[in-house]
Design a protein around this ligand. Structure first.
Ligand SMILES: [Mg+2]
Length: 243
């Protein structure tokens, strides 16, 4: 219906939450199903690492190093600090992360940080900065232009596909990159996002992969990419639960 090209869909990242270095290694192995020959399951091709540990950036660095060692291959890695750093730590971390081939850093500063701090980080960070919690809908985008490099669109922030499309156009008009993310959503919301995903530079639509009893079926992962199907509408069906 949108006339988009599914071959343009980039791999979706899978998330490693804040953890101890050993806990993070275990989580990487969970996702990538490392087998005895040390070959990594090619099902997933990108990882997002949650940083912003309340114990400080030394703990963040230890966890990132553990993940990088555990992955061993050239899987794409991105970082999300969820607003956990002040400006000084954010500048240090963005420069430190550059040496670990990180693609981008999401929400390094808190939502209540002055816009001037975003501008300072913008000019001092060698890595692209994406706004997540600081950007809920298209009205938030113009003030972020020149202060971040991209925005994270989520169905639960935009309220649906129509506003999500408006956000994409607003972001592009402001020279910003675009990614899609999720909260703890089922495949219902992530399939809706997948419909517009050919327009995104990065995708982080993995929440439903953590669910044991997702009440819906929809987009499926093929070669690391979450692909919408040929069904009508969003392409989602509810699973009838037999009591
Ligand atoms: Mg985020």
């Amino acid at each position: 219906m949108w006339g988009l090209d599914r071959s343009r869909i980039v791999p979706t990242s899978v998330t490693i939450g804040i953890n101890s270095p050993s806990g993070a290694r275990e989580r990487v192995r969970d996702w990538f199903d490392t087998n005895p020959t040390n070959q990594i399951n090619p099902k997933y091709r990108a990882i997002k690492v949650k940083l912003g540990n309340s114990a400080g950036i030394a703990a963040d660095k230890a966890m990132l190093i553990a993940v990088r060692e555990e992955v061993k291959t050239h899987h794409q890695i991105s970082v999300d600090a969820n607003g956990g750093w002040g400006l000084t730590d954010a500048v240090e971390m963005c420069n430190w992360l550059k040496d670990y081939e990180i693609k981008y850093v999401e929400q390094p500063l808190s939502t209540i940080a002055p816009l001037d701090e975003y501008a300072q980080l913008y000019y001092q960070s060698p890595l692209p900065i994406f706004a997540d919690e600081s950007c809920f809908n298209s009205q938030d985008i113009p003030r972020l232009a020149g202060r971040v490099h991209g925005i994270n669109i989520k169905m639960m922030k935009s309220g649906g596909i129509t506003e999500a499309m408006r956000m994409i156009h607003a972001a592009r008009a402001c020279g910003l990159q675009v990614m899609f993310g999720c909260y703890s959503d089922s495949v219902l919301a992530n399939t809706a996002a997948a419909q517009l995903s050919p327009l995104a530079d990065y995708l982080d639509l993995d929440s439903h992969l953590n669910l044991l009893d997702d009440p819906f079926t929809g987009a499926i992962v093929q070669n690391g990419c979450l692909l919408p199907n040929e069904r009508s509408g969003l392409g989602v069906e509810r699973i009838d639960i037999v009591e």
